[in-house]
Write a protein that binds this ligand. Structure first.
Ligand SMILES: Cc1cc2nc3c(=O)[nH]c(=O)nc-3n(C[C@H](O)[C@H](O)[C@H](O)COP(=O)(O)OP(=O)(O)OC[C@H]3O[C@@H](n4cnc5c(N)ncnc54)[C@H](O)[C@@H]3O)c2cc1C
Length: 368
């Protein structure tokens, strides 16, 4: 049986592992963190569940770009909640629906996640599906569990890969694994671990690629019955994203996550949190307590250099990193190749698997 070794159990690693499992590979996923999932993980504080990264997805309507990937992998059986027709965006205090905004072709936009100045065509590939609505899950961990259960092999947590060579990886605890290698980590990190010859031009290109900003998050626990639960995401002036969570029986939110892009690795947490909280009417009074995470937290958590939230800055065509590397049997996957987000990462997993398995085999696996 062919062996595949996957470094990192983020969405990219788990989707690639699931598809390769279906193609008959024996798969070992090596994850440095204590739990699998990367930016799909949730955590609990004082009985409330908070999402670290993923909050909502688009493209799950029948025949939608994500549905076409998730259905054959059994992920449409998860308890997805369609949250509303469109997400809401607040510009200069006025609320708009995304569907009311026009995206003139070729224009540069800075909308809810400015991972760089990108043309509408490029960015809308991950944003446009939101015009059809968005979907949430009670927890991103449900995707993780559903994919881990389909891996034909092992998902080892607490197992940091410290060296990669052709056909073999070594972990911090001294264990080694052999097979084709797929890195679901930042390509610069992957090649900093690689002990073999790589064309210098390739390494120079990786070094030259800029990363997008990090994200600063405020996880707020609300006092009981203070703010109504709003089952959608609100984007304030394109820089502040607000997600309500943990609804109670009466329809009040028990938590709010505030997210904003952040270039500083470790900003003044108290000052920035106060600034963000102040921008949402009524939130200050409703908060019981809050916790924060910074780009430095993300750097420690996912290993992404500098704590960039979406990895390599999306500035097509110069940003594209192909899943096939110059080293035979060594592939990449995840948000740094192609686009970020659940949709971008899922599409890249298909590209990675197409490189390994070939078009025909992949098509057979992904048939509905
Ligand atoms: C704050 C935030 C909010 C977001 N919100 C959304 C959203 O609402 N909707 C959406 O679609 N997308 C969202 N995204 C983007 C989306 O979550 C990511 O694009 C996607 O989950 C990235 O998956 P990945 O597999 O590329 O990488 P990651 O999830 O980063 O996984 C990489 C994994 O590799 C592991 N690793 C690193 N180094 C090593 C090593 N040496 N050895 C072993 N393991 C290692 C890490 O621990 C990690 O688990 C958000 C991202 C962030 C940061």
């Amino acid at each position: 049986m062919s062996e595949a070794v996957i470094i990192g159990s983020g969405l990219g690693g788990l989707l690639t592992g699931t598809i390769l499992s279906r193609a008959g590979y024996h798969v070992t996923v090596l994850e440095k963190a204590a739990r699998p999932g990367g930016a799909l993980q949730s955590f609990t504080r004082e009985g409330l569940r908070f999402e670290t990264g993923f909050h909502s997805v688009a493209g799950l309507e029948e025949g939608g770009p994500l549905e076409c990937i998730f259905r054959p992998l059994g992920l449409m059986e998860l308890p997805w909640e369609r949250v509303m027709e469109t997400d809401e965006i607040v510009v200069h205090g006025v609320s708009h629906r995304l569907s009311d905004l026009t995206f003139p072709p070729g224009n540069t936009i800075r909308l809810s996640s400015p991972t760089g100045d990108v043309t509408t065509e490029e960015y809308s590939h991950v944003m446009e599906p939101f015009l059809e609505g968005s979907w949430r899950l009670p927890s991103g961990d449900l995707i993780v569990k559903a994919l881990v259960a389909q891996i034909n092999g092992t998902v080892r947590t607490g197992c940091e890969v410290t060296a990669i060579e052709p056909g073999r990886v070594q972990c911090k605890d001294g264990s080694t694994y052999e097979g084709i290698i797929i890195a679901d980590i930042h390509p610069r990190l992957a090649f900093s671990l690689f002990k073999g010859h790589v064309r210098p031009a390739y390494l120079h290109r990786l070094q030259a690629l800029e990363d997008g900003p990090g994200i600063f998050t405020v996880y707020c626990k609300l006092r009981p019955e203070t703010l109504p639960y709003r089952p959608w995401s609100t984007f304030y002036e394109g820089t502040l994203m607000c997600h309500y969570g943990n609804p109670d029986a009466k329809g009040f939110a028990r938590s709010v996550d505030l997210l904003t892009f952040c270039d500083e690795k470790e900003p003044d947490r108290t000052a920035l949190a106060a600034h963000l909280i102040h921008r949402i009417p009524g939130l200050q009074e409703a908060i019981d307590k809050y916790w924060t995470s910074t780009p430095a937290t993300w750097e420690r958590y996912t290993g992404t250099p500098g704590g960039s939230a979406y990895g390599i800055r999306k500035k097509a065509p110069s940003c594209y990193v192909h899943p096939r590397t110059p080293v035979p049997g060594f592939y990449l996957t995840g948000q740094n190749c192609g686009l970020h987000g659940v949709l971008g990462v899922a599409e890249t997993a298909l590209t990675t698997c197409r490189e390994i398995l070939g078009e025909e085999c992949l098509n057979q696996i992904m048939q509905r």
